[in-house]
Ligand binder design. Structure first.
Ligand code: SF4
Length: 297
């Protein structure tokens, strides 16, 4: 019997359909007790673990934070996601929650209709920077300005990943994309739009933050931002928005392992991380007391 087989607790219950963790053994001394599965790290709401996004893509990490917070806030049976169009759309087949597919850029308007019809639900959009900033900028700005009680999540990698990796309105200066092979140049291509900063200026926006998934600290902070955005909606405070910087090694022409550092040195230098607005901490016209609903039933 091999060391790894000796260390396996064959009687430990393995939830149906879950992957088994690899059995780790030390090279210095044999384990004193058998290894057993204590957590499979797969959120409950991910129905199908396999996806076909590129190795090193940051979008699955952001999706995981999102579904974890749906679960932790007890909204599993009330969550309705509205997807834009991008690589993350593959997750419409992976998630065990209601998912609606919007036309390019129109997710905030579709979410508005859903939320007004069903104010008892947790409604959120998932869009990329191409979908939201290029194709649907007016949709999200007007939704925020009206103070619609929905949450919009934007996965910002600075490229149209799904359709080939060309420049978006959020591409940072100097960034190489399929149609800016020498890097984005302000004189030729204009300047990047910092969407979270724009939205924070609107009175209808109650919570606005920008996170990233390039390391565990930022993943933890971003997960907290998503939680705060969802809680903003659940309190009925108005529009909430979280922009999440994600890695796209394929579109960036960088090695998978180098992508997190590329994000930190390029994207996060322009799209700076942090909470830009939180009316729950600084009460404003859209803040409502905890446990109450400001939005008309
Ligand atoms: S092209 Fe980019 S955004 Fe799309 S799956 Fe690949 S790494 Fe992710």
């Amino acid at each position: 019997m091999s060391a790894s087989e000796a260390g396996r607790d064959r009687d430990a219950p393995t939830p149906a359909g879950r992957r088994e963790l690899p059995i780790l053994t030390t090279t210095h001394q044999p384990p004193t007790c058998g290894a057993r599965l204590v957590h499979d790290f797969t959120p409950d709401l991910i129905d199908v673990g396999a996806h076909h996004l590129c190795p090193g893509c940051g979008e699955p990490i952001a999706m995981r934070s999102m579904v974890e917070q749906v679960t932790e806030l007890g909204q599993v049976n009330k969550a309705i996601a509205v997807f834009g169009i991008g690589c993350y759309t593959a997750y419409s087949n992976n998630l065990d929650i209601e998912v609606l597919q919007a036309l390019h850029g129109r997710a905030p308007s579709l979410a508005t209709g859903v939320k007004r019809c069903r104010p008892d639900t947790l409604v959120f959009t998932v869009q990329g920077d191409g979908d939201m900033v290029n194709e649907g900028l007016q949709e999200v700005l007007h939704t925020a300005a009206r103070g619609e009680n929905v949450t919009c999540l934007m996965l910002n990698n600075g490229v149209f990943g799904e359709t080939g990796g060309h420049m978006t309105a959020a591409t940072v200066l100097g960034q190489r994309t399929k149609n800016t092979l020498d890097g984005r140049d302000a004189a030729r291509h204009g300047h990047p739009i910092r969407l979270a900063n724009l939205i924070a200026e609107l009175d209808g926006a109650a919570y606005v933050a920008r996170g990233a998934v390039d390391n565990i600290v930022n993943i933890t902070r971003t997960t907290r931002m998503i939680r705060n955005a969802f809680r903003t909606q659940l309190r009925g405070d108005g529009f909430s928005f979280v922009e999440i910087l994600t890695m796209c090694p394929t579109g960036w022409f960088v090695d998978t392992a180098a992508a997190p550092a590329y994000l930190a040195n390029t994207h996060a230098a322009t799209h700076t991380l942090g909470v830009l607005k939180d009316t729950a901490r600084a009460p404003g016209p859209h803040a409502a007391p905890e446990g109450t609903t400001a939005w008309p039933a």
